[in-house]
Design a protein around this ligand. Structure first.
Ligand code: FES
Length: 59
């Protein structure tokens, strides 16, 4: 996924922003990412992708 690609269209949050927030704050859950970036807090449709990004980074 490209860093500039928008993951959460409701809140216009990019892949790069989500990755940076997860790494900077050691985020563990989709809810954590929502609190840090607002991603996933609209329709919720991007939450599976946010979970995949969390899994990718946290193993
Ligand atoms: S696309 Fe992320 S909450 Fe709707």
């Amino acid at each position: 996924m490209d860093r500039d690609e928008i993951v959460c269209h409701c809140m216009e949050v990019s892949y790069g922003e989500i990755v940076a927030a997860i790494k900077a704050n050691t985020l563990k859950t989709v809810e954590d990412v929502g609190e840090a970036t607002n991603a996933g807090t609209g329709c919720g449709g991007c939450q599976t992708v946010i979970q995949e990004i969390l899994d990718e980074i946290n193993g």
